[in-house]
Design a protein around this ligand. Structure first.
Ligand code: ATP
Ligand code: MG
Length: 363
């Protein structure tokens, strides 16, 4: 099984089977296990793909504060409500030159580890962001770092901590104390690789029984204009329309759906393109806009757009795609031929999302 698409297909089919069988059905429990395993397979392949991609990733000025806000939203939607997630993001924490998809992955890995460490207790995860000037003593923090200004993000938990004997091994590939619960042991080793390729470093301090703090240092970008602070969405960009959201990645659905609902839109979300198409076929006048991911099993985003436009020729459609899908050469001409009005790169923030939607709806 080599691609996220294949795993996505298994996930979608199993989801459908779980739905068909229902909670009372005899195979319900077995199927939910299959579903979890498929989701793990998908995330494992995704991690490996991200890791093995071209070393010259697409670096761009990244507003760390925005990225962390998005990650914390995703995190909150995927962990038990008993875990308290707190954010302390300094306004002037700056920009880093980075591949946002990869940094997103690092943050999510650290936060997921923290959530596992506090499992079954009243946990606390604190995510902080600031910037620090490191001088000649920088090597005391980490030998990989050279003097300069760094953006520092930290993930602190009050969980079980890391035993001193494990400390030297946690960044090793396949080292995991959670193997029986699906841990691959690749999260930290990949995060370490990604951060190193960004000329940064990860440090860790832990007190068994009291908690752990991981800090990621990334060099601040020079000569790049900070993006406008405050991604607050002006009122005129909010709306009440009904949006059909299609993505095979449940986490992406959680985050995007939440953002859209907060802007006032009504959202109907589908993790399968066929189910989404069925929804349009059943109620062709029921949606004001379609937002779809590109890389999906069965029908990809462009194919789905074709099918929807055949049913509803005037339907505005927004397509989005991640950097991992870099094999797809999405050109303006290609989008136009498929009747797609706008294209967004993942990850996108709330302001970008709000603006793109309003532009498309008034077009
Ligand atoms: N915040 C933390 N608190 C306690 N232990 C941790 C923490 N973060 C990592 N570890 C330890 O480091 C090990 C390796 O972490 P890593 O993220 O590489 O793999 P994993 O979390 O076990 O598997 P996966 O990332 O695939 O889910 C973990 O199994 C755990 O023992
Ligand atoms: Mg992990």
């Amino acid at each position: 099984m080599t691609s996220t698409t294949s795993w996505g297909g298994i996930t979608t089919c199993t989801e459908l089977a779980v739905e068909e069988v229902g909670e009372e059905g005899p195979a319900y429990e077995d199927l939910t296990h299959v579903l979890k395993a498929a989701q793990r397979g998908k995330s494992l392949v995704r991690q490996i793909l991200a890791f093995s991609r071209d070393k010259d990733q697409e670096k761009q000025p990244v507003q760390m504060k925005q990225l962390l806000k998005e990650c914390s939203q995703l995190l909150k939607s995927s962990i038990p409500a008993t875990i308290d997630v707190r954010l302390d993001l300094q306004a002037e924490s700056g920009l880093v030159l980075a591949d946002p998809t990869q940094i997103h992955q690092v943050i999510m890995n650290l936060c997921t580890n923290a959530s596992h460490a506090v499992e079954n207790q009243k946990g606390l995860i604190e995510i902080t962001l600031d910037s620090v000037d490191l001088d000649r003593n920088v090597a005391l923090i980490h030998p990989d770092l050279s003097p300069g200004r760094y953006s520092r993000l930290s993930v602190r938990d009050n969980g079980k901590g890391i035993p001193p004997d494990d400390m030297d091994r946690i960044f090793d590939p396949f080292f995991s104390t959670r193997k029986e619960r699906g841990g691959t042991g690749l999260g930290l080793s990949m995060s370490h690789g990604i951060v190193k390729r960004h000329q940064g470093a990860i440090t860790v301090a832990s007190h068994p029984g009291r908690g752990t703090i991981f800090s990621v240092y990334l060099p601040c970008a020079h000569g790049t204009e900070p993006m406008k602070a405050g991604a607050e969405v002006p009122l005129e960009r909010k709306g009440k329309e009904r949006i059909l959201l299609v993505d095979d990645d449940e986490q992406m659905i959680y985050g995007t759906e939440k953002m859209l609902c907060r802007m006032g839109y009504e959202v109907v979300a589908h993790t399968g393109s066929l189910a989404a198409l069925k929804a349009v076929r059943t109620d062709p006048g029921g949606f004001d806009l379609v937002m779809t991911d590109h890389m999906m099993p069965y029908l990809n985003g462009m194919e789905l757009a074709n099918e929807i436009r055949a049913l509803c020729p005037e339907m505005p459609i927004i397509l989005y795609s991640g950097y991992q899908d870099g094999t797809v050469d999405i050109t303006p001409g290609l989008l136009e031929r498929h009747g797609i009005l706008a294209f967004m790169r993942k990850p996108f923030n709330r302001a970008e999302l709000a603006k793109t939607i309003r532009n498309v709806l008034v077009a």
